[in-house]
Ligand binder design. Sequence first.
Ligand code: FES
Ligand code: FES
Length: 208
Amino acid sequence: MTINRREFIEGAALVAGSVAVTGAPAHPADTAELPTTQMLVTAIVNGQPRTIAVEARTTLLDALREQLHLTGTKKACDRGECGACTVLVEGRRVLSCMSLAVMQEGKRITTIEGLEREGKLHPLQAAFIEYDGFQCGFCTSGQIMSGVAMIEEARAGWPSAATPDVTKSFTLADLSPREIRERMSGNLCRCACYPNIVAAVNAVAKEV
Ligand code: FES
Ligand code: FES
């Protein structure tokens, strides 16, 4: 039996719609109903299991925004240059425009929507407000996700290109504004809020 283009698209949309919000692990029968160009992926997104049907070429960024409607993660350059799309995968910062959705099977993904706890902002979200770390806000979710992971990297003792002596173990006390600028250099801000972003990250890093 041949199907025309309209029937194919309607079928694909139906399958995607039926699995996108189930939260249940994929059942083999679901896979059998998929168009051959799609596959099911289940990841833990902001603490909830989410199953979506994606094409092999679908980026994590597009899957988050278009299928899971988590639009806090921003698409700016869409080619790995600006950091606006930064999310956490297994606690590490990742450019979601440079990562494929099919690579995320079983992974823990955190987006800006998943940072607050019981209605309370993450300390770095609160610090961005307190220190005026944004103007238009388009880069802000990426900056905050990057900052959250960056503080953990520093806490774990990772040195950076700005670390004067990499033979000594790095501690959070060594996280100077210069270190923060270097470690956040993958996140661009066209509004040039850099001094305030560094101040916000610095304040939270000193608290933890
Ligand atoms: Fe991903 Fe710019 S949108 S790095
Ligand atoms: Fe506008 Fe950063 S606040 S791009």
